[in-house]
Design a binder for this molecule. Sequence first.
Ligand SMILES: [Zn+2]
Length: 189
Amino acid sequence: MNEHQRHVKARESILKGEAPQKRIFVHMEDLEEKKKREDEIKTEREQKNERMDALKGAKTPWFCPECNKVMKRKLDDKMYRLHNHCFDCQVKFENKLRIEGKYEEWEEKKVLNNQLSYIRDQIESIEDWKEQTSKPFEVFDQVGVKELELQTEKWSDNKEQIEKWSEEALEELSKLKEDVEEKLNSFAI
Ligand SMILES: [Zn+2]
């Protein structure tokens, strides 16, 4: 699958309300910078893992902060991580929304907010991709890093096509973003 096909697939997932695959582009025009960026990504990943571990290690409190009931079930654990209260409290919360006729709105808002964050990620990733492909690749010839040379060369050959694809993708995404924002705003009124 090429990058363009990935973009198309990502937009399909966003429209279906699914999370698209996340991609990170490393700018390669300066190898030193690349190394630095790689280290950053590595550190970021390590920190993230640490945070995950900490989260795993962090115990759900014994009592629900909302209703003070003992939280001992697996479901309580999961709900506490998501919504900071026990499963029963979440059921009550959602029931209340249902009774008030606000549940659908709440759920739709949740989905829209997710979509918005996927769209933002996707736009960022395409802008990175475009920027990367617009970089000259002579630098790599001298350094002689085979893998990088090949990759950049291939991209540079395709530069016009890439410009076209990314413009199209960005245009579609910004339309999508406007739609989602408009829907979200309509709730606020
Ligand atoms: Zn509770």
